[in-house]
Design a protein around this ligand. Structure first.
Ligand SMILES: [Fe+2]
Ligand SMILES: [Fe+2]
Length: 152
């Protein structure tokens, strides 16, 4: 089995663990500040990232590797909501770049199952990116009026 693919799977898992801790931290902070709607969205996306981390671990174990438990960055705390979204957009954009490159390497290494896994994750990260960009766009354009609709 390809050592390169195993490394990419573990790098992706570290990225997912970072996203999980970041979205959880934001979910709790938003809940606390009474922004119920984006809090719920972050919880939802965070749970999807947990499933990604699990799927990666299963593939790593199948390839006789050891799934990492380390994040690749420290979750940011105490950001304003617009800054949170900038953070999340960057996380998703980096994951998309990583997974696109990883899928291409998997093809070179003739590991089509790992390639398919990266493609499946990619489709969901693109959706996450789109959702975060939409919220950020609304905040930038509508400001306080939009923020008021996020309560609850
Ligand atoms: Fe993910
Ligand atoms: Fe994501």
């Amino acid at each position: 089995m390809s050592k390169k693919v195993l490394e990419l799977l573990n790098e992706a898992r570290s990225r997912e663990i970072t996203a999980i801790t970041q979205y959880m931290a934001q979910h709790y902070e938003l809940e606390d500040a009474d922004y119920g709607k984006p809090a719920k969205k972050l919880k939802e996306i965070g749970i999807q990232e947990m499933k990604h981390a699990e799927a990666l671990a299963e593939r790593i174990l199948f390839l006789k590797g050891t799934p990492t438990t380390k994040p690749d960055a420290v979750a940011k705390k105490g950001e304003e909501i617009a800054a949170m979204l900038t953070t999340d957009i960057a996380l998703e954009a980096q994951a998309i770049k990583m997974y696109n490159e990883a899928a291409a390497v998997c093809a070179q290494e003739k590991d089509m199952i790992s390639k398919q896994l990266f493609e499946k994750l990619l489709a969901e990260e693109e959706e996450h990116l789109n959702e975060f960009e939409n919220i950020k766009d609304h905040i930038d354009k509508l400001g306080a009026a939009y923020m008021a609709t996020l309560a609850g």
